[in-house]
Each structure stands twice: as structure tokens, then as C-alpha cells.
Ligand binder design. Structure first.
Ligand code: NAD
Length: 370
């Protein structure tokens, strides 16, 4: 039996604790049935931490996150925290966590499960079998560049300024992750920018091209303008394997790609930090959806986005690709058998509870692992 991995669980608010309960059942299953065990720590975050400790992220939770092999988060936020000062809001806790962990690489897969092809707004033949990964730079670019602000000009009128800025190091490290990931998938990278109109785009292309030539020449590399990429994502998304892009374009393109798959309740994500000397990366795994206050506490939420985030953790933090596939196949099979929560229940299927969806995944895992 391999040494246990330390996993910090941050259930958070709203449906966060409900979906996390189902992941805990799967973690227990792995403890019992596979050669991988987890030492679990749990901390409140977001509104739950504010209620208990008067801060959305305690120093203890942050210290645990920095030390853990991986962090799994549910969701934070809710209308009851609207009046809380901005720097104490649930979202502030999450932002601090991402910043302290230096999570510069955001991975958002867009995977279309066979049983859910019809949930996409696009035609079946366009999305059937789709499996792409959008890699977004998360800690630099125009959301952070200086100078920024709104200023009064000499004539008394005002103007607003944002600055798009990327260092060589920031581009190289996200491109490295892209090429590494591509080697474990379809071996193809589309690097996306606006080199036709932006200096950062020209620079981005130059750095990616040099890195590719020097270290990743075996990976197929394409350069694409961001506007064309948006168009291609809805026209012919299966041409892509890994798309790597900056913070702003990644924000937009990852939402666009996400919707190819149809439902928020199905979308996992991962955010990775830099490698330390031992090859370990800090990592946070979380569903793309929020705390869904409208259905919280009703055992209605779809736990699959969080369960699939756990699968990403197995693959990217622990190199357990086979175990990740096991979870993904269990999800695939449960969906194929017609098990659906309300958000993905189509005509002819009956919506089941969060707990029942968890049961179905465990039953499939038992079946697959015989
Ligand atoms: P949301 O993602 O919480 O919900 C949007 C809609 O999708 C709702 O109708 C909800 O019921 C549904 N939905 C979301 N996840 C679902 C699931 N797993 N199963 C079934 N249905 C699901 O977005 P929102 O309503 O804009 O935000 C609610 C709160 O969540 C806000 O406080 C917001 O700030 C917060 N939020 C947090 C995160 C995060 O923790 N990373 C992300 C987005 C929003």
C-alpha cells in the first residue's frame, strides 16, 4: 500500500457540503478498495468560516492548504453574506487561497458524456465524443496589470485604464503545463492570443514557439487568434485537444467551451501552482458551479462536477490516471443507465436526489472494480 496522501476538504456553503458528502463516500471507497489512501483534513471556508470564526479563510485552513497534497473545495457564497464587508465576503476567502497557493494554471476540461449529448445546444455530430482541455493563465494579465484605474484628464473628462502585461516567466510556465498535459492526452496544443493587434500576443507567441522548439517539439503546436478560437469552438470543437491562453481570453473561452457540454452541474476544474523542488505542485480542485442557494439543503444538487474534480485530482496531483478513469467511467455508466439529477434530467428520465446519484456512482465503482 502506497503512503497516504493528505487531502484538505473545504465543503464551503450552500450545496458545497451536500456534494462533498458524496465525494467523501467515494474517498472512503478508494480507501477500502484501491491501493491509495487519504488522510483527510476538513476546514470551513467562505460563509461557513465567517459564521464560525469571523473570517472567510482562517490561518489554520490556509496553513493546511499550503501543506496538503491537494485541496478539494465545494463552493462558497450565498445571499445571507451580501451585507458582509467586501474583504470578508466568502469569495474573498477563495481569492486569498488561490493567491497564497500561487495557482497560476487553471484547467477546465469540456467533456461530453455520451448520455448527455442532447443536453448541448449544439448538434450531436459537433459535440459527440468531445474531450478538450482549456488551460487559462490565472494570476497575471489584464486583471492584475498596473497601472489601472479611472483618472481625470487635463480637460476634466475621465478615462479608465487596464494594463495587459505578461513576463517571459509567466508565459513560459503556463506553456510548459500545456505541453506536459498534451503529452498525456492527444499531444496537441493550440496557443491562443491576439498577436495581430497586441504586443503581449506577439510576445506570447514568441515564447511559446521557442519553448516548443527547445523542449516539446514532439507535441503538435498551432497558434490561433482568440476571436477565431471562439468561432472554432462552436463550429468544430473536436479539432482541439489542449488550448492554452491568457487570463482574459481564458475566462471567456473556458465558459464558451463549458457550455458545449450542456450543464453547470457536470463541470470540474483544477488550479495548479508552481512545482516545488520535489516535483509536487500545490493544487485546488473544485466544481465550476457556485453554491446554488436556490436548491441548497434539499438533496437536489448534482454532485458529479465535484466527483469529477476528485477524478482530476487523482490524475493531476497523484498520477493515478487509471483510478481517475475508473471514476469517470462510473459517471459515464450511471448516466447511461438513466440516473439523472434535476439539472440534467431530460424528457423520459426521473430526477434523483444528490444521495441517490452518489449511490449510483458507488454501485458502478463496485461493478467496475470486480
Ligand atoms: P450557481 O452556480 O450557484 O447557480 C446557478 C444555477 O445553476 C442555479 O439555478 C443553481 O441551482 C444551478 N446549479 C449550480 N450548480 C448546480 C448543481 N451542482 N446541481 C444542480 N444545479 C446547479 O451561480 P449563482 O446562482 O450565480 O451564484 C450563487 C452563489 O455562488 C453566489 O453567492 C456566488 O457568488 C457563488 N459562486 C461561488 C463560486 C465558487 O465557489 N467557486 C462560483 C460561482 C458562484
Amino acid at each position: 500500500m502506497a503512503a497516504n496522501k493528505t487531502l484538505l476538504i473545504l465543503p464551503g456553503d450552500g450545496i458545497g457540503p451536500e456534494v462533498m458528502t458524496q465525494v467523501r463516500r467515494i474517498v472512503d471507497w478508494f480507501d477500502r478498495r484501491r491501493a491509495v489512501g487519504f488522510d483527510i483534513l476538513e476546514q470551513p471556508v467562505g460563509g461557513a468560516a465567517w459564521d464560525a470564526h469571523g473570517t472567510p479563510l482562517t490561518d489554520e485552513a490556509l496553513a493546511d492548504a499550503m501543506d496538503a497534497d491537494a485541496v478539494l473545495l465545494g463552493a462558497v457564497g450565498g445571499p445571507q453574506y451580501d451585507a458582509v464587508p467586501r474583504d470578508k465576503r466568502p469569495e474573498a476567502g477563495l481569492l486569498r487561497l488561490r493567491k497564497e497557493m500561487d495557482l497560476f494554471a487553471n484547467l477546465r476540461p469540456a467533456l461530453v458524456f455520451d448520455a448527455l449529448v442532447d443536453a448541448s445546444t449544439l448538434k450531436r455530430e459537433v459535440v459527440e465524443g468531445l474531450d478538450i482541455l482549456i488551460l487559462r493563465e490565472l494570476t497575471a494579465g489584464v486583471y492584475f496589470g498596473e497601472p489601472r484605474g479611472i483618472e481625470v484628464m487635463a480637460d476634466g473628462s475621465r478615462r479608465a485604464i487596464d494594463t495587459q502585461s505578461y513576463t517571459e516567466h509567466e508565459i513560459r510556465r503556463i506553456a510548459e503545463v500545456a505541453f506536459d498535459l498534451a503529452r498525456k492526452r492527444g499531444n496537441k496544443v493550440h496557443s491562443v492570443e491576439k498577436a495581430n493587434v497586441m504586443e503581449t500576443g506577439v510576445f506570447w507567441r514568441e515564447i511559446v514557439t521557442a519553448l516548443h522548439r527547445d523542449r516539446f517539439a514532439d507535441v503538435e503546436l498551432h497558434h490561433m487568434y482568440a476571436d477565431n478560437c471562439a468561432m472554432q469552438l462552436v463550429r468544430q470543437p473536436k479539432q482541439f485537444d489542449v488550448i492554452v491562453t491568457d487570463n482574459l481570453f481564458g475566462d471567456i473561452l473556458s465558459d464558451c467551451a463549458a457550455m458545449l457540454t450542456g450543464s453547470l452541474g457536470m463541470l470540474p476544474s483544477a488550479s495548479l501552482g508552481p512545482e516545488d523542488g520535489t516535483g509536487r505542485r500545490r493544487a485546488l480542485y473544485e466544481p465550476v458551479h457556485g453554491s446554488a442557494p436556490d436548491i441548497a439543503g434539499q438533496d437536489k444538487a448534482n454532485p458529479l462536477a465535484t466527483i469529477l474534480s476528485f477524478a482530476m485530482m487523482l490524475r493531476y496531483s497523484f498520477g493515478l490516471g487509471e483510478d481517475a478513469e475508473l471514476v469517470e467511467r462510473a459517471v459515464q455508466n450511471a448516466l447511461a443507465a438513466g440516473v439523472r439529477t434535476g439539472d440534467i434530467a431530460g424528457p423520459g428520465t426521473t430526477a434523483v436526489s444528490t444521495t441517490r446519484m452518489g449511490d449510483a456512482i458507488l454501485e458502478e465503482l463496485d461493478r467496475l472494480a470486480v
